[in-house]
Design a protein around this ligand. Structure first.
Ligand code: NAP
Length: 351
């Protein structure tokens, strides 16, 4: 079923763009694996806004509190299998869509505990892939800009924004797990009956949203500055905030990433897509823009921050430097891609 372009434009907060908006609607049951993370929560809200609650199941490490929630531990293949089989049985509407938004996302911690990283970020993907292929569900997986993280270290002329077809160059345990997951999915998600690839791989980066409880970069910055400059008392805020000047990326507004994900999932778009915001900016520049959006005094806020080179951060895992992702493929297919200013227009200070 297709949504009207005007309806969809409203949902995406976009002006209708002629024939570019597709507005495909998801058919069949949907399972979100790892539903309590930043992206998982946005997917949940986007599905609710589309009125699809009755066909959605959620899974997370939390104790289930409703009939549509299933407990899940991604480090345990038996738990993944039990979760997907339970969903398949309960949904009972045939083939569906499984979206894996759960992952071990702390890249430095992944470097420190590579075994756990491998288990949660690669072995779990393999288990989900095999079950989706066996049961005929379409699989949607999130990968990362970090798959290109090593490129510039190997050859300084290789910089982003990267296209889907550019060769990967992982340089951390987290990135390697994403690259290996991508390869496994591409090789093993071909349905026996149709011989079609039934998987969508979404590479994204620097995801942010406006939930002040969230741990994304924008909200960490907000909480830090609110404590320093507005006498707020957000807990767990560090005493210094250091921001790299040489990491260029394309920050991605989580609610639009969720909308774009559902659009690709509805079309069962096969293969790899880059879904990020349309602007490539250095992290320091992103921070300066956020200060303006939050309404803090630019000079006072910048004085509270330390702008440094990535090498001076001494992070355990290597970070991509001049990176960012090229989203032309998704844009050409009418999938929503927002600029930072469009995302900033939605900022509302927390009560
Ligand atoms: N955030 C970014 O900037 C970014 C950039 C590129 C790619 N990605 C990818 O995008 C996807 C979504 O990221 P996100 O920002 O939503 O991450 P997030 O906010 O860190 O959420 C990750 C979720 O995974 C769950 N999880 C972690 N380990 C688990 C385990 N062993 N068993 C079950 N659940 C587990 C967490 O559960 P708890 O809530 O119980 O902790 C959390 O809800 C991930 O695949 C990530 O790698 C993210």
């Amino acid at each position: 079923m297709k949504k009207k372009k005007s309806e969809l434009a409203k949902l995406w907060g976009l002006k209708p763009q002629g024939s570019k908006l597709q507005g495909s609607e998801l058919q069949g049951p949907i399972l979100i694996l790892g539903a309590n993370g930043q992206v998982g929560r946005c997917l949940r809200r986007a599905l609710e806004a589309r009125g699809l609650n009755k066909q959605v199941w959620f899974s997370s490490r939390k104790q289930p509190s409703s009939a549509r929630e299933i407990e899940l531990e991604l480090a345990n293949p038996a738990s993944i299998e039990a979760c997907i089989r339970k969903f398949t049985k309960e949904a009972g509407q045939g083939k569906g869509t499984v979206i894996l938004s759960g992952a071990f996302t702390h890249v430095d911690a992944c470097e420190e505990d590579q075994q756990k990283c491998r288990q949660v970020n690669f072995e779990a993907t393999k288990t989900v892939t095999d079950l989706c292929t066996e049961l005929g569900h379409h699989f949607v997986f999130y990968s990362s800009e970090y798959v290109y993280g090593g490129a510039e270290y190997e050859d300084p002329s290789i910089v982003g924004p990267f296209k889907e077809s550019d060769p990967v160059a992982p340089c951390s345990a987290y990135a390697q797990a994403k690259v290996d997951s991508e390869s496994y999915i591409l090789e093993n998600s071909v349905l026996e009956k149709t011989k079609a690839l039934s998987a969508t791989i979404i590479r994204t980066t620097v995801i942010f949203s406006w939930d002040s409880r969230d741990k994304n970069f924008a909200m960490q910055l907000y909480r830090y500055l609110a404590n320093r400059l507005s006498g707020k008392n957000y807990p767990g805020v560090p005493d210094r905030f250091r921001i790299p000047t040489d990491q260029v990326s394309s920050p991605t507004y989580a609610p639009i990433l969720a909308e774009a994900t559902l659009e690709l999932a509805a079309r069962k778009a096969p293969g790899i897509y880059h879904l990020t915001g349309s602007d490539s900016v250095a992290r320091s520049e992103f921070a300066k823009q956020l200060i303006r959006v939050f309404g803090f005094s630019q000079a006072d806020a910048e004085a509270e921050l330390e702008f440094v080179a990535t090498k001076d951060l001494h992070q355990t895992a290597r970070r991509p430097l001049t990176a960012g992702l090229n989203t032309d493929k998704a844009k050409a297919e009418g999938v929503p891609i927002w600029s930072l200013e469009e995302a900033y227009a939605e900022w509302k200070p927390p009560e």
